[in-house]
Write a protein that binds this ligand. Structure first.
Ligand SMILES: *Cc1c(COP(=O)(O)O)cnc(C)c1O
Length: 385
């Protein structure tokens, strides 16, 4: 049996198509086959991915700049439009400069692997995003993982590494993708300052949502206090692409050394234009971020009243932790049968025994939409055997 035949046999154990295919653009409700379902699982927090202003900006840029960049940014893929976007993103984050990557995944992968090498130590929260984990693996650095949100454990790793003379990069999500809670940013900033460590914060779920769109660092008064600020244009900004903001020197270094910047084709100009349009909308319509967070709090409160254990969300992600994988599948199936799309998140994406429904109402959902999502998810009592 060939290697591929063997792996294909493994995949047959998965029943059905592992990928859901939408039949319409993103919005508060979407078409799936001949059903219309409330979309409660997208990271399009501000409801911008289907916004006509972003579509118009993208269409105009496709006309003016073409559909594909044709080369990496270091060859001929970067345009004045990309430079304008990098400057806007730097301004948003209160940094000197920003470097655009074609995805957030590649921004994390390329940045961590470029900044750290054998002999260095990356000190990483156990719930950090997979792209951070993969960047750490690629770097060749020693990886010191601390329990989720445990700043004291982080400090111990940093002190031990600094005592050996190692360079240290502390890396954390600011809003955690699968739990929706905030990292202990005040403590992490203080640890980095006290021990000459560098701090990298992944603002994928906070950019556009917290701090007037600037992110969690800005919301908590730590603008400029992390040396490396990562964000993505694929979530609240409604398009695609990732970026790292920081000092002029950091950005110059990444443009020289980050392999996904050097070897990956640049972001298509229509996408850059859509992100620029999104940044204008975010500045002029602060109600969107407020609405997304209001909806998340309303959803969490409703689920709590229904008997689920749900933590109060710090941003716009609500984690309904069900426990067992089959129970989470059952809750998701029930929601689907009641018109709500919210797929289960199962191990290994989350720890065993913490299978969950990850819910993200967006700025475009009404209170009635949120309440019908609560009703569709049922109660834990109803789901127990
Ligand atoms: C989604 C995500 C990324 C990757 O961003 P993409 O633009 O989707 O590649 C990185 N970090 C976190 C925390 C994320 O949730």
């Amino acid at each position: 049996m060939s290697l591929v035949t063997d792996r294909a046999a493994l995949a047959r154990a998965w029943h059905g198509d592992p990928v859901l295919r939408l039949g319409s653009r993103p919005g508060p409700a979407v078409a799936v086959g001949d059903e219309t379902l409330l979309l409660m699982c997208s990271n399009d927090y501000l409801g911008l991915a289907g916004d006509p202003r972003l579509a118009a900006a993208a269409a105009e840029a496709a006309h003016d700049w073409g559909t594909g960049a044709g080369a990496s940014s270091r060859v001929s893929g970067a345009t004045e439009l990309h430079a304008r976007l990098e400057a806007r993103l730097a301004q948003l984050k209160g940094c000197e400069d920003a470097v655009l990557f074609s995805s957030g995944y590649l921004a994390n992968l390329g940045t961590i692997a470029a900044l750290t090498t054998e002999g260095d130590v990356v000190v990483s929260d156990e719930l950090n995003h997979a792209s951070i984990v993969d960047g750490c693996r690629l770097s060749g650095a020693t990886i010191a993982v601390y329990p989720h949100g445990d700043a004291a454990a982080c400090r111990r790793h940093v002190i031990a590494a600094r005592r050996r003379g190692a360079g240290v990069l502390i890396v954390t999500d600011s809003v955690f993708s699968m739990d929706g809670d905030l990292a202990p940013l005040a403590e992490l900033v203080a640890i980095a300052d006290a021990h000459d460590a560098s701090l990298m914060v992944d603002e994928a779920h906070a950019t556009g949502v917290l701090g007037g769109g600037r992110g969690a660092l800005a919301a908590l008064g730590f603008k400029g206090r992390a040396e490396v600020v990562m964000g993505t244009c694929s979530k609240a900004l409604g398009a695609a692409g990732g970026f790292v903001a920081g000092s002029t020197g950091l950005c110059r270094f990444l443009r020289l050394r980050a392999r996904p910047y050097v070897f990956d084709t640049a972001q298509p100009a229509p996408v850059s234009a859509a992100v620029l349009a999104a940044l204008d909308v975010i500045a002029s319509e602060p109600w969107r971020a407020e609405r997304a967070c209001h909806n998340a709090r309303r959803l969490a409160a409703g689920l709590d009243r229904a008997g689920w254990h749900v933590a109060e969300p710090d941003a716009a992600v609500v984690a309904l932790v069900v426990g067992g994988a089959s129970a989470a599948v059952a809750v998701s199936d029930r929601a689907r049968a009641h018109g709500v799309l919210a797929p289960p998140i199962l191990p290994p994406a989350v720890a065993a025994g913490t299978a969950r429904i990850r819910l993200c109402p967006t700025a475009l959902h009404s209170d009635a939409d949120v309440d019908s999502a609560v009703a569709a998810l049922g109660t834990p009592h109803e789901m127990s055997p």
